[in-house]
Design a protein around this ligand. Structure first.
Ligand code: NAD
Ligand code: MN
Length: 334
């Protein structure tokens, strides 16, 4: 009887187009089982109200069981905060989970693969502590804490338990002896305590190996900047940013979003690839306990892509709506 509540933030640009598509597929598999609360955030709200996200929206997100986020255009005004960064901070979303796998579409590397990158989302080089120490000399602070590393390592272990049982720790501890040394040590201790296996890789070597042997990876655990870069590389291996879903997880909150942004260059044309948003919704259903429904969506995506129903970013000529319709139909007929 207590249906899960989901706050949906479509955002700007192609955000509302791909979120529409994702909700169509969710309805095809679950009917009206989810309590959907739609909220505005982003550039359009900024123009109307002078804020990119309202406090009441943040409160609704805090109380919800999950959030589904499209994409927001970041206003150029330095006063404007990115709504997604605000939500990550306010809700303590410390783990960024980005699965990457080969789908039946044209790809730069033919090898089939299925991996997931777990990126620390709150510290590393992205603490915002930068300063000029002398004229013309600037520095940034890189923060790695034992607790920050342990909690994200636990998320990687949760995933590894359901997959290969192995976590690959990616770092650069040969140069960044103290910060990366801490990351590697605490990550390894956590994996061992969970009774799982680990190996490790320097980040530069990992980038090289990802291109040449993406199938040699399963769960990759890494710090903020390295994860940011490697996950875009992994999206490139998939053949389009329009196929890359993600989850932002904390202890009491979970936000799901496509990796891509608001893509102003194609917004309003009806040609955005909705698959990243649809797969993000599938990850959300999995999180909410609808694992079977999530698998049904993934199978439908696979079949529809194999049949060549694809948007222009994948070399096809289908519209956003046609791809969403095809997946929703496939889902409904099982
Ligand atoms: P982008 O991801 O929006 O677009 C990069 C390129 O990929 C563009 O050529 C775009 O057309 C293409 N692309 C992206 N998603 C696609 C899809 N689903 N189907 C087909 N093609 C797709 O990145 P950008 O251009 O650097 O940023 C545009 C705006 O989005 C900026 O304001 C940026 O700040 C914002 N942004 C927001 C988020 C977020 O809300 N999480 C993430 C990244 C960028
Ligand atoms: Mn990025």
């Amino acid at each position: 009887n207590a249906s899960p509540t989901v706050v949906v933030i479509p955002g700007d640009g192609i955000g509302p187009e791909v979120i529409d598509a994702a909700l169509k597929v969710v309805r095809a598999v679950l009917g009206d089982e989810l309590e959907i609360v739609e909220e505005q955030a982003g550039y359009s709200l900024w123009k109307k109200r002078g804020v990119t996200i309202e406090d009441e929206t943040i409160e609704r997100c805090r109380e919800a069981d999950a959030m589904l986020f499209g994409a927001c255009t970041t206003p150029e005004d330095p006063e404007a905060k990115s709504p997604i960064v605000t939500l990550r901070k306010e809700l303590g979303l410390y783990a960024n989970v980005r699965p990457a796998r080969s789908w039946p579409v044209p790809r730069p590397v033919d090898t089939e693969f299925d991996l997931v990158i777990v990126r620390e989302n709150t510290e590393g080089l992205y603490t915002g502590c930068e300063c000029e120490i002398h004229d013309g000399v600037t520095v940034a602070l890189r923060k790695i804490s034992e607790e920050g590393t342990r909690r994200v390592a636990e998320v990687a272990c949760d995933l590894a338990e359901e997959r290969s049982g192995r976590v690959t720790i990616v770092h650069k501890a040969n140069v960044l002896k103290l910060t990366c040394g801490t990351f590697k040590r605490v990550a390894a201790e956590t994996v061992e305590r969970r009774g799982l296996e680990w190996d490790d890789e320097y980040v530069d070597a990992a980038a090289y190996k990802l291109v040449r042997e993406p199938d040699s990876f399963d769960v990759i655990l890494t710090s903020n900047l390295f994860g940011d870069i490697l996950s875009d590389l992994a999206a490139g291996l998939m053949g389009s940013l329009g196929l890359a879903p993600s989850a932002n997880l904390g202890d009491d909150a979970a936000l799901f979003e496509p990796v891509h942004g608001s893509a102003p260059d194609i917004a309003g044309k009806g040609i955005a690839n909705p698959v990243a948003a649809i797969l993000s919704a599938a990850m959300m259903l999995d999180h909410l306990g609808y694992g079977e429904e999530a698998r049904i969506i993934e199978r439908a995506v696979e079949e529809v892509l194999r049949e060549g129903v694809r948007t222009p970013d994948l070399g096809g000529s289908a519209t956003t709506e046609e791809v969403a319709e095809a997946i929703a139909e496939r889902v409904a007929t099982g």
